[in-house]
Design a protein around this ligand. Structure first.
Ligand code: PEP
Ligand code: MG
Length: 368
């Protein structure tokens, strides 16, 4: 995996002495995690667990899980995925060696995993002991006209809590193994696409229950946090309620990809052509999916931080949307008091530099 050269690495040490925000990386593979560490990441700010399911051996089980007729069959398929997930997390935790790792539970709409051809359908039908037609029928029933605003994120966890149960069990069993081997691990379990406190508290209970079970079974003390993505305007506005109390979020990570999409009402998957036209016609200056829109999306981030910390003083906050690696956006993150930015591994050095510049700019502004 790539590393920084000696001189550059020394320069970056000076940079780190100035910056006050942490810089983490978005990573879910061992290669990305190791690259991130080599580039100076101080933790993983977003491990997108859905990326762990596309492997050939696993995708069949996730398809069985999605297309299962009942909870028992779903659980059977999830039981097959548990060892893979546990191994994934053990590897990541080992590489990160005690640095914080934010693991986000399954987020994308389920159709991303559905069978794509006759052979896929036949494989799943065989595994579940039903006809190809039955599988086609179930797959069709999952169709959504607007899946990015549909059955995804925490809504999956609410409809099928056994998915998050399996993932939480894998996280905590991996922690237990690391701890029993004399290692350190700091997991932060993160729930995606929260809009309401109730969603959060229901799912936090699922995660706490899994932790208690692993703790009792393995006899190890587990230290973990449960927090949420803030990526819907409602979550930013209700941040105080979402952070409050024993059933509240212990940290926030701003998902500014979805927050930009939902604030502008502009699909992140189709935005390119409008943004092109808007820029040509000087309707907008910057692509808001690249440079954080300070006025609108930024105001929501500011509200989220303020209301979250009013309910939970000193609460840890970060950003894990693409903006976390964009220098102008990093400057904004400093101004609203985020604790860290998280970006793709290759952007970590740029984010470290940007964070130092942001700290200097803030210092100069205070002195002036
Ligand atoms: C986001 O929405 O900003 C985010 C980080 O999550 P994802 O890109 O996986 O939706
Ligand atoms: Mg998102």
């Amino acid at each position: 995996e790539p590393e920084l050269s000696g001189d550059f690495s020394r320069l970056m040490d000076w940079v780190d002495a100035i910056k006050t925000m942490g810089v983490r990386a978005n990573a879910e593979t061992p290669l990305d995690a190791q690259t991130a560490r080599n580039f100076g990441a101080e933790g993983i700010g977003l491990c997108r667990t859905e990326h762990m399911f596309f492997d050939k051996e696993r995708i069949i089980h996730i398809r069985e899980m999605i297309l299962a007729a009942n909870e028992a069959d779903r659980r059977a398929a999830l039981a097959n995925l548990l060892p893979y997930q546990r191994r994934d997390f053990i590897e990541l935790f080992k590489i990160m060696d005690g640095l914080p790792v934010t693991v986000r539970l399954l987020d994308p709409p389920l159709h991303e995993f559905l069978p794509h051809g006759a052979k896929d359908v036949a494989d799943v039908a065989k595994a579940l002991g039903v006809s190809d037609e039955a599988i086609e029928e179930r797959a069709k029933s999952l169709h959504e006209i607007n899946p990015m605003l549909g059955h995804r994120g925490c809504r999956l966890g609410i409809t099928y809590p056994e998915i998050y149960e399996m993932q939480a069990q894998a996280i905590f069993e991996a922690c237990a193994e690391i701890i029993q081997g004399g290692g350190k691990v700091t997991p932060e379990v993160m729930i995606p696409l929260i809009a309401t406190k109730k969603e959060f508290s229901i799912l936090k209970a699922v995660i706490d229950h899994a932790a208690a079970q692993v703790r009792a079974e393995k006899g190890v003390a587990l230290d973990y946090m449960v927090g949420t993505m803030i990526e819907l305007p409602r979550a930013a506005l209700r941040a105080g309620e979402i952070a409050a109390g024993d059933d509240g979020a212990e940290f926030f990570s701003f998902g500014t990809n979805d927050l930009t999409q939902t604030t502008f009402g502009l699909s992140r998957d189709d935005a390119g052509r409008f943004i092109q036209i808007y820029r040509e016609k000087a309707v907008i200056e910057n692509d808001p999916f690249v440079t954080l829109d300070r006025e609108g999306v930024g105001e929501l981030v500011g509200i989220g931080v303020e209301r979250g910390r009013a309910a939970r003083p000193g609460m840890k906050t970060g950003i894990c949307g693409e903006h976390g690696g964009d220098p102008a956006s990093v400057m904004f993150c400093q101004s609203v008091g985020l604790d860290y930015v998280s970006c793709s591994p290759y952007r970590v050095p740029i984010a470290r530099l940007a964070a130092a510049q942001a700290a200097l700019a803030q210092r100069d502004a205070k002195e002036a």
